[in-house]
Design a protein around this ligand. Structure first.
Ligand code: ZN
Length: 320
């Protein structure tokens, strides 16, 4: 795997981009001006965050990170917060509230070490077992906001946008108007299927429109390569097709697990992690009023683990 790198987008804005769309390799952003910096998200582990901070201090010697914006509460965007001591850590009120429902580092580490006797423990070990969460202390935001908020970073002004629910309970995008850049957090996954933790796939579509309405031309997704307006439109439209298919299955009374398999068979395309479509289908079923749809992190991971197993054994092409 190629190591992540800090890519300049202007003289004051950089993106920290991984070439992997696997779980846990999240992108970050940096806006630095006049000795101050705003960091968009930290990394999943302490070593990964130290590597990021070293790269920042090499690119911008002497800069002080005065603000961290957490795009949402997932650990791959927040578990390095403790290494940015003294910074104001900002997130949306909804995201901060959701933090207490997240799986903590000890829970995730324990899940990865469990005997891989169930689909969910095998899935966790396979995708998260490569990370060490030693020493991670979950540091919550020091301040929250709703709606929109402007933050001054040296001579730059950055706009924080509370996107509402979508990928998570309350995602935040960071808009740098002078550069036409938006750091989307996990409101956008590029090159991989999206995880929908929020129970609303419709909201994910609305969020794409909110991002496009900024007028920005460069979008740094939470995972995957940097994209442009056409890329965001394409992602939105593919989510819309998934929603349409899942809505039809819900109306026809197809069981959720079967519908997830059918949607994977029809919409996996060449994107990584087709099993994440389970979460999009579950969200659509919930929105369609289907009773008993699983909700919450663990239940959704369980559903994805089972969907991954069905996908790898080739049973997704069968309508049972
Ligand atoms: Zn993420």
């Amino acid at each position: 795997m190629t190591p992540p790198s800090l890519r300049p987008l202007s003289s004051t804005t950089w993106a920290w981009v991984h070439d992997s769309t696997a779980w846990g390799y999240s992108n970050c952003g940096l806006i630095a001006s006049n000795g101050q910096a705003l960091l968009v998200d930290t990394q999943f582990t302490l070593p990964a965050t130290r590597t990021l901070l070293d790269a920042i201090h090499t690119a911008v010697p002497g800069v002080e990170i005065t603000t961290v914006v957490n795009s949402h509460a997932n650990g791959d965007h927040t578990w390095g917060n403790q290494l940015v001591a003294g910074a104001d850590i900002i997130s949306s009120a909804a995201s901060a509230e959701h933090l207490c429902h997240e799986m903590g580092p000890e829970q995730l580490a324990a899940l990865c070490k469990d005997e891989p006797s169930t689909p969910v423990t095998a899935y966790a070990a396979r995708h998260f077992g490569v990370f060490s969460f030693d020493g991670v202390i979950v540091v919550p935001p020091t301040s929250t906001f709703t709606g929109r908020k402007e933050v001054n970073v040296g001579r730059e002004t950055v706009e924080l946008i509370d996107l509402g629910p979508g990928h998570s309970a309350g995602d935040v995008a960071v808009h740098v108007p002078d550069d036409g850049v938006v750091f989307t957090g996990d409101a956008v996954f590029n090159g991989a299927h999206m995880v929908v933790w929020s129970d609303s796939l419709s909201a994910c579509l609305t969020v794409c429109d909110t991002l496009l309405a900024t007028g920005a031309t460069t979008f740094v997704p939470g995972h995957g390569p940097i994209t442009d307006r056409a890329g965001v439109v394409q992602i939105r439209d593919s989510l819309a097709r998934v929603r349409e298919a899942a809505t039809e299955f819900a109306a026809a009374g197809v069981e959720l697990a079967d519908a997830a398999c059918l949607v994977m068979a029809g919409h996996a395309g060449n994107l990584a992690h087709p099993e994440r479509l389970y979460t999009a289908v579950a969200a659509t079923y919930r929105e369609a009023g289907v009773a008993g749809v699983p909700s919450g992190t663990f239940a959704l991971v369980e559903g994805m683990a089972q969907a991954a197993m069905a996908w790898s054994t080739g049973t997704t092409n069968m309508s049972r």
